[in-house]
Design a protein. Structure first.
Lengths: 231, 449
């Protein structure tokens, strides 16, 4: 143990300087150290936490660096091969989307259901925007987004199977899929889309799935929804 | 006949807890750490076993946070207890719940120290210490089965596992809200910041009897004396003893359990502020202490505490606000929080005196607490005492430690002996390290002086 001649405090840390005033410390003799230990007890040092912090930061920055390099290369290839069509903008959006969701999945501590639900919604918006950007052919609303809803149904099913003891907790995600299915099919009646194949499949699959969940879930689903919607 | 599976219980968040899920993240963890230092090295496997045994009996800690359409809520968590790990991060680091079996606390250890880090939505320091003490008792029973053979292997008799929402229970409609909180901006401590996620920790050890004598000489209680010296240190080191348009405002959480005869394990505190605005050149320490003592006395009356409590709860109880979807509420809560973040300079909390049952006392050296940083507050202090020693722990994300220095020097000037310890030096390495980044710069500057 040391003592700071400037601050007149005892220092548990075995450092050459005082952490408060940076004055070079003096070593305590055995008798004085024994007195201090008797009076204050022993200290409790800390580990070096810098290593862990740096590793996580480095990993995320490495991924960002690679993404930026890849996108720069794609812009260059785009410029050299098809300068009239800016397809590299789509890859840029896709890479940004990928990076942001990588951070979201690593850092956000919501459950799987919330993460999947949010990612589904963002994917739908991203697909719609890409469709708009590339000439608004309507493929996003008629095929891609309904496809995402079907994929969502599949993911909910897998999650329920993998986590059978808590399967009810995914029922809100299933309701979200149901709402999206109804929204998509209503676009047909509003005259925005003309092909009904996938939207109908969506409504049918999600509807049957929801019905089965409510039927077999009985009180569990009711309880889950009661908690989720308590005011 | 097979019995129906027991349904996990659930609970609404208490009034204080409502804020934390909204504002917390990697950048602001809303996590506090409380520690017990033993007189022997901690054994991981025994600590894990102790955690599992104790957790099974504490429903408050056996909860996970879930998001509803209108409100967050707690639901009983039936997953495995979180794994006890050797400390490898800075104190108060964010608890990523999805990587922690959805629990909102973690137990770590390092050499002789057991750390319990708790997400503040779960409970306050009172509840945290109830859990930590039982964890320490259980650990010691496992580590010393023969010496503690006479001790029953169960929770201590007399502790309350009450989970009532004492805010709601004691809320009175129609209380005067005008004096509850000020919206006036306060001094914000700025300076060179440590890299994101890092935090400076400084423990200052004092003997309670010496502190009591010093505080008495200034006409203050120990708490008022320590808060007053903290405010004085900020005034001298940050404002350089000059007049300021803004006050130094130090938040002081007040435990309401004694005031309202509550034994809840949930959060139950309000925050008052020790304020000091220098309007002339150079105040003495005694003058600053007087200001602080006066403002603390004014605010800790039962009537004022009641007003603050009622103000806090009235917003939650508003029948027009309750049915607003959570994503809109979250935006509003974040806005209000950000707007009010610069009304406080720092925080100094006193978690009180920890008392252990007699047979366990000889195994435990110290208890202490520390707070994580929050928006606008780059330095916080936590006071905790045990067995005649009081430890003030400062956590800060500023690289400069002159406020802490002034605080300790002011107290030692009153004849109180102090010992300090920081997390800046690691004992497994040589004392003077070739430190990288900003810390290296600091060391280089030091060596050139």
């Amino acid at each position: 143990m040391n003592k700071c001649p400037q601050c007149k405090v005892i220092l548990y840390n075995k450092a050459d300087t005082c952490p408060l005033c940076h004055c070079v410390v003096e070593e305590m003799d055995g008798a004085e150290e024994a007195r201090v230990l008797e009076k204050f007890g022993t200290g409790a040092p800390y580990p070096n936490a810098h290593r862990k912090q740096k590793w996580v930061r480095f990993a995320l920055r490495l991924v960002l660096f690679v993404f930026v390099i890849v996108e720069a290369l794609l812009i260059l290839i785009n410029h050299l091969t098809t300068p009239d069509l800016y397809w590299s903008a789509i890859t840029g959006v896709a890479l940004a989307y990928g990076y942001l969701f990588l951070i979201y999945w690593i850092r956000n501590d919501s459950g799987f259901a919330a993460k999947v639900g949010l990612q589904m919604l963002f994917t739908m918006v991203a697909l719609y925007e890409i469709d708009n950007f590339t000439g608004n052919y309507g493929w996003s609303l008629q095929w891609a987004i309904p496809g995402v809803i079907l994929l969502g149904d599949g993911i909910v099913f897998i999650l329920m199977m993998l986590n059978r003891s808590r399967w009810v907790s995914y029922s809100l995600l299933l309701i979200l899929m149901g709402v999206c299915s109804v929204a998509i099919i209503s676009l047909y009646f509003a005259g925005i889309i003309s092909n009904l194949v996938l939207p109908v499949i969506d409504v049918a699959v999600t509807g049957i799935y929801l019905l089965a969940t409510i039927t077999f879930g009985e009180h569990d689903v009711k309880r889950e929804l009661g908690r989720r919607f308590h005011i | 006949m097979a019995s129906r599976k027991r349904q996990p219980s659930w609970a609404k968040l208490d009034n204080t807890a409502l804020l934390f899920p909204v504002i917390s993240g990697e950048g602001m963890s809303s996590t506090y750490r409380i520690c017990a230092t033993l007189k022997e090295p901690v054994r991981k496997e025994l600590l894990q076993e102790a955690e599992e045994k104790v957790l099974a009996q504490f429903l408050t800690f056996r909860m996970r946070l879930r998001m509803g359409f209108f409100w967050y809520y707690f639901e009983e968590n039936d997953r495995k207890a979180p794994e006890v790990q050797e400390e490898s991060d800075f104190p108060g680091a964010y608890i990523n719940k999805s990587r922690n079996n959805h629990y909102m606390f973690r137990v770590t250890y390092y050499r002789n120290r057991i750390n319990l880090e708790v997400f503040h939505a779960l409970t306050d320091g009172f509840g945290g210490f109830v859990f930590l003490k039982e964890l320490v008792y259980q650990y010691l029973r496992l580590a010393h089965p023969e010496e503690l053979a006479g001790e029953k292997d169960k929770l201590s008799a007399g502790i309350f596992l009450d989970q009532e929402d004492s805010y709601l229970k004691n809320f009175k409609k129609g209380a005067d809200h005008s004096t509850a909180y000020g919206s006036r901006k306060a001094v914000v401590l700025k300076g060179e910041m440590l890299p994101k996620g890092e935090v400076n920790v400084l423990h200052a050890y004092f003997k309670i009897d010496e502190l009591k004598t010093a505080a008495k000489a200034h006409g203050a209680t120990i708490n008022q004396y320590l808060v007053g010296n903290f405010v004085y240190a900020m005034y001298r080191e940050y404002l350089k003893g000059a007049p300021s348009d803004l006050p130094i405002s130090c938040c002081v959480p007040v435990d309401l359990r004694k005031t309202y005869d509550s034994h809840t394990m949930k959060n139950f505190f309000v925050i008052v502020s020790a304020k000091f605005q220098p309007t002339k050149e150079t105040y003495t320490r005694d003058e600053v202490l007087e200001f602080v003592i006066e403002t603390l006395k004014e605010q800790t009356t039962r009537e004022n505490l009641e007003n603050i409590l009622s103000y806090n709860v009235s917003n939650e109880q508003n029948k027009f606000l309750r049915p607003i979807p959570i994503f809109i509420k979250n935006i509003a809560i974040r806005q209000v929080y950000n707007a009010s973040a610069d009304t406080a300079t720092a925080t100094m909390t006193n978690v009180g005196n920890v008392e252990l049952r007699e047979p366990y006392q000889k195994y435990v050296e110290h208890f202490y607490a520390m707070l994580a940083m929050s928006k606008g507050q780059n330095m916080k202090g936590a006071i905790c005492s045990y067995n005649g020693t009081l430890i003030v722990t400062f956590t800060s994300c500023l690289s400069d430690m002159s406020i802490q220095k002034r605080f300790v020097q002011s107290i030692t000037a009153d004849g109180v002996e102090a010992a300090v310890e920081t997390n800046e030096y690691f004992e497994e390495q040589p004392a003077v390290q070739p430190v990288k980044g900003r810390r290296k710069k600091k060391h280089e500057q030091m060596s050139t002086v």
